[in-house]
Structures are given as structure tokens and as C-alpha cells.
Design a protein around this ligand. Sequence first.
Ligand code: NAP
Length: 305
Amino acid sequence: MGGRLNLITGAFSYSGKYVAQKLLERGEQVRTLTGHSDRPNPLGKAVEVFPFRFDSMPELTKAFAGVEIFYNTYYVRVAYGKVGYELAYENNKKLISAAKDAGVRRIVNISITGPSPDSPFPYFRHKWLIDRAVIESGMSYAIIRPTVIFGKEDILINNIAWILRRFPVFAVPGKGDYKIQPVFVEDQAELMIEAAGLSENLIWDAAGPEIFTFMELVKLIRSKIKSPCLAILPAPADLVFLAGKIMNPLLGDVVLTRDEIYGLMANLLYSKEPARCKTRLSDWLEQNREWVGKDYASELKRHYQ
Ligand SMILES: NC(=O)c1ccc[n+]([C@@H]2O[C@H](COP(=O)([O-])OP(=O)(O)OC[C@H]3O[C@@H](n4cnc5c(N)ncnc54)[C@H](OP(=O)(O)O)[C@@H]3O)[C@@H](O)[C@H]2O)c1
């Protein structure tokens, strides 16, 4: 097989899988770094697999040999067990340094909308630190900042639908008047590949064409999936967080993080740039209404089993 060699973290996980698929369709070569090298490989032998070796810089650097573009998705949604945002940041610095030492030409780094060094939210603060490490690496870079990603393997929007299918009441944190602008996972993958093909350093938000208030979003999902939920009610944010905590042991998961609730309420999950991605969540929900939220999507099952 010929074509440019790309390394993607998490090619068997969520967003990285779509980047890998699209690059393979274009005839490019794909290598992945993953914490689940033993998992069935949905992309077949076309993807070369290396395990994350954060304990050994020489081993980590070997994984980047011959790589031209590094698509970095590595981060943790939930600080759990030994892996928190601080360690995820340290590991990102190792990935960036290994890529640089191996001679990678360009890095496409997935960040998030609204990262800031002063953010009160550790998730967003450490994202800013990772972006800075990318910028200071000396490699050519594209930083892509998605809002909230939806698609087949999505967790957050799927689990809103899951709750709406099962409970008579849905509690929205605060008034539900803050904004959210979801982006389709395949659009984001296309945007990342487009950004990889350019030569200038850039920072782009990745956001879809629809901006909702959170209340509107929950009502849209309820109507699309024909949920029997009777009421969507504003509730104190701390109470919603507590309800999530009560559900955690029942579901064996971390349903919601504090940063997700308060980051959303701080209007961090929408973009102030013109939308770069075209797929409308409302259309996608219409097309996928039969299955969205039928099963609960577990973050911990995905990453710790
Ligand atoms: N999903 C969203 O709505 C959203 C919104 C904004 C920004 N982002 C950012 O977009 C990037 C990709 O997100 P995604 O949802 O597509 O992530 P993902 O595919 O679930 O994971 C991306 C990579 O991080 C690794 N990883 C994730 N959680 C981990 C954990 N707890 N312990 C060890 N490794 C872990 C995965 O390891 P494996 O290869 O072993 O699976 C994979 O290589 C992330 O940087 C995320 O912060 C996501």
C-alpha cells in the first residue's frame, strides 16, 4: 500500500475511527496508537496498531517513524481512577514530543471550544495547555476545536435520549437558556483532513449549522424520538449533578461531569465563528430516531473494559 502515512490516536474509538476510515478511502496509510490494541479491529489489517507506551519515550517515538501527519484525539472525558486531566496533559506532551522527535511534519490536534488558561474547569484548562504545547512544538499545526460531537457512537446526546425514553421528567440544569451547537462526527473528520492538507498554522472551531438553547435541544430530541417524557423542567444545576451521581453506581458509569454541566451553562459549547460543518442534528435525529438512546452508552465501559 502507498500513500502518505498518518498516525491517529484512537482509530478504533469514536472520532478517530472516522478520520481513519476517510483516509483509507483516499488511499492513504493509517497507523494508530491506542490503549485497546487487543480490541477487534473494525478497520481490518489496513490499520497498523501500536499501544500507547507513555512509560517509554523511545517506544512511543518508534510509533511515529515515517509518519507525516499526526491526528491527535487523545484526552479523557472523565477524570477516573489514575487518569485525570493532569495526567492526560502530561501524556499529550509525550505524544507531541515523540511526534516532533520522529520528524512528523504536521499535527492536527482536537481541542474543544472555549479552552482557557484561567478556566475554572479543569477539562477546559488542560485543553488550553495541550493546545499551547502543540503551538510551541515547532511542528506545523492545525488545532480543531469541536463543540459537542454527535454520531453513531456518541455518548452525551445518546444518553439524553436514553433518559427521555425512560423517565417521565427530564431535569435541565438552570434555565436551559445557554447555547449548544453540535457537530457531526463525520463532518469533523472531513474538516480535520482538510486542515491537515493546508500548510499554514491554524485554529478552527468545528461546529454544525444549528445553534439551540439546551432547553430547545432536549425538546428537539424528545420530539424526534417520540419520547413519552411528560415534562422537561429547569432545576438547580447542583441538583442535576447530584442526580447524575446517584445514577452512577446504578449504571456503572460517570453519567455527567461537573465541567460538562457548568461548561455548558457558561456557553462554552457553541462557536462564535461561522459554522464550518453542514450536517444538521435535527436531520440526523430524524434519520436515526429509531435507535438513538435505545441503549445507554457507557464512558467507563468504552475505556476501562
Ligand atoms: N466527544 C465529544 O463530544 C467531544 C467534544 C469536544 C471535544 N472533544 C475532544 O475530541 C477528542 C476525541 O474525543 P472522542 O470522544 O472521539 O474520544 P475517544 O475516541 O473516546 O478517545 C480519544 C482517544 O483518547 C483515549 N482515551 C479516551 N479516554 C481515555 C481514558 N479514560 N483513559 C485512557 N485513554 C483514553 C482513547 O483511547 P483508546 O484508543 O484506547 O480508545 C483514544 O485514543 C478528545 O480530545 C475530546 O476531548 C470531544
